[in-house]
Design a protein around this ligand. Sequence first.
Ligand code: SF4
Ligand code: ZN
Length: 305
Amino acid sequence: MKCKKCNSGKVEDSAPIKTNLCPRCFVEHYIARVKKTVEEFKMFSEKNRVGVAVSGGKDSAALLHVLKKAYPNTKFIALHINLGIPEYSEHCQEKVEALTDLLGIELFVYDLEKELGIKITDFEKTLFKKKICSVCGTIKRRLLEEMAVKAKVEVLATGHNLEDVLSVMFNNFLHGRWDQLVRLKPVLPPLTEEMALKIKPLLRISENENLYYCLCEKIPFREKSCPFSIVLEQKSREIIETIAKYNPNFKYYLLNRFLEIARILESKHKPILTKCENCGFPSTNKICAFCKRISLVKSRNWDEI
Ligand code: SF4
Ligand code: ZN
């Protein structure tokens, strides 16, 4: 089939998405959509220093690549956390290094084992043994905030895709967890003056579009799966996918409604922050979630944080 846009390129039958565009026109269209999201939500200006969280996976690899292509004059810094998961973490770091070398982007790596003396696998001996992803998420969120401050970036971009955002929003909506629904907004203000604004430039892009962009642009990304990997919010994902089969625009409608709800709820659900008594980081509790989890695997001097 000929490309609908240029009428000369060939549409790839093997593409992981339904498309009537050839690879070159798909890439142009993808870049334009990401730019539209960045501009619609005023995520950053070309003069900002922007940190990009890169895990080695397809979403964050596509994010770093597309931002660099769309905004060649902006200073991007890649931030990667080595989680100390045997074989998997080394593989991820190699892919991130290959990508940042390719793009000529500075890379900051935080090695959990070297810097904090723990590995994600240590949590297998704790009450989190069946919820490693949950504890891993808490640790990554916190360390990225710290890395953003050290790297002196004003903005921190993450590769959350359309399905990630929708499934978590849907679940929070069903359970009435309004404060958590608000936290999924495309732009989150910094917790303190010196911290970074957090943005999700891929929230309107599906995971298979990110995959196809990586394949079209020959972007290095990990081929191995994390041994702890589980599909988060699986039921919500299945419900959304089932409806989307009947209405291809359903995901975009749902996202737009959730964004409206988040805007309405925002003023009522502002977190009341104090400082964690152990580490001084902004927290809604006396001891922050990060410190609580780390204390399960390490007795530590809290002043180190
Ligand atoms: Fe962490 Fe879970 Fe992702 Fe593995 S799959 S890196 S444990 S969040
Ligand atoms: Zn703390």
